[in-house]
Write a protein that binds this ligand. Sequence first.
Ligand code: SF4
Length: 375
Amino acid sequence: MAGIYLHIPYCRSKCHYCDFYATSNMTSVQKLVESEMSELISRKPYIGNEIVETIYFGGGTPSVLSANQVTDLLAVIYTNFIVASDCEITLEANPEDLEEPYLTELRLAGINRMSIGIQSFNNEMLSYLGRGHDNSRLVNKIKAVQKAGIENISIDLIYGIPGLSLENYLESLKEAMQLGIQHISAYSLIIEKNTFFYKLYKTNRLFEAPDDDVVAQFNATIDTLANHGFSHYEVSSFALEGFKSRHNSSYWEGKKYLGVGPSAHSFDGISRQWNVSSIRNYILNMANSKDYFDIEILSETDRYNEYLLVGLRTAKGISRNHISETFNQNISAYFLRELSKLNSEDFISVTDDRVTLTRKGIFVSDLIIRSLFFN
Ligand code: SF4
């Protein structure tokens, strides 16, 4: 079982908080699509006869692709790989792109799940974040996606925005529930370097939201969504029954995936590979059959750290038995020693074999996971 990720590093404009690499120059989009089609064909042996269960168009903004470009990429995948009949095929989209007949064409191309960058339903917050849409447009776009027959919808929401009140944030959650959204990824705003927000922050024109507000909004996310039947299955991910992201879950379960496109990563449990990040160099290297990715063979320590990194972010957590059976004595002894410290501080819950983060631990998940890393 495997997944395929296609990276589409274009955005029509830059959001104020985002540090992802993406260009607004669309002149190379068709060339990139053709290069990704070539890469898919040349990477056929990486997946071999494994069944492709998930395909994910991520970015950037994959909805800058025309429906024909999406169709062409999927056709190459179906021709060269064994694709499950119920394959989850997700496309990340910016609301502005979600017009008819594009939506119907995407559904006919095979897109059966859409991940929409909503971020907030509050007009003031949308403008502050540099998003090019308002509440009424967002609502209409989501309804258009549903009307087009794509009924597995995920939205992103951001909390911890300076000036965002708990009341306003709860309104956004309520709006998502009223729209019948099946999956929510909720992220705390982080002021990243190389963003417009960082410039404001460094010149004292933006102040981070108080920790208490961030914690209250995260707690409200967990409680509100639980009351509406959502399971909190990963630190930032919430889903109704049957709507967990199968693609993201496969990352967290350590399954094989092939990443296609500039800066895309691939993983097969033994090695990690990453493609050249420049769009220009990626296209040139593909055209001239030159190397376009680097490879790193994972050491035992890397594999242990990777297991913690992805496993502890999920509600399923990690297995003590798996660690003692898979990794050497030094690593498993270190793990048990550090685990007992975290357990005594209520950051970790240990039930039989499974180790999971408590709600208190989720708030500081990065610190907890790093404290268990073996160096
Ligand atoms: S948040 Fe999404 S749409 Fe905005 S700049 Fe980043 S990748 Fe592009």
